[in-house]
Design a protein around this ligand. Structure first.
Ligand code: 5GP
Ligand code: ZN
Length: 116
């Protein structure tokens, strides 16, 4: 998918109005439109990377940043004590539907393991 037609690139460019839970020079965090838990956030890099599979060595630091932002916003949502799950779906076969890398942060309910 090209950046021009990418939903998350449009959100980042503010072509689609969305409230940002967090913003910094490398990422934004939004609430999922179809939440799968009481808290369901998406940590999205500003850079268009289609999936974790496409991330290269030069993105190593960015990947670490996304996980640290996930932890920070989870704590900001009060999930520090109860815990939260961070998920990256890679590929349509496991549920990736938006092909711009993002980390799901889910919490506020009990969860099973292994995930379905
Ligand atoms: P994926 O399925 O690629 O792992 O995750 C994409 C997520 O983006 C889904 O959980 C879906 O609900 C969410 N999503 C799709 N369209 C929109 C939108 O327009 N706004 C927001 N906030 N989330 C969206
Ligand atoms: Zn994109």
């Amino acid at each position: 998918m090209s950046e021009q037609s990418c939903l998350f690139c449009k959100i980042i460019a503010k072509q689609i109005p969305v409230d940002f839970v967090h913003q910094d020079d490398r990422s934004v965090v939004i609430r999922d439109i179809n939440p799968q838990a009481p808290t369901h956030l998406l940590v999205i890099p500003l850079e268009h990377i289609e999936s974790l599979d496409e991330a290269s060595q030069k993105e190593e630091e960015l990947l670490g940043h996304l996980l640290r932002v996930a932890a920070r916003v989870a704590k900001g949502e009060g999930l520090g004590e109860s815990g939260y799950r961070s998920v990256i779906n890679t590929g349509a076969g496991v549920g990736q539907s938006v092909f711009h890398l993002h980390v799901h942060v889910l919490g506020g309910r009990s969860m099973n393991w292994p995930p379905g």
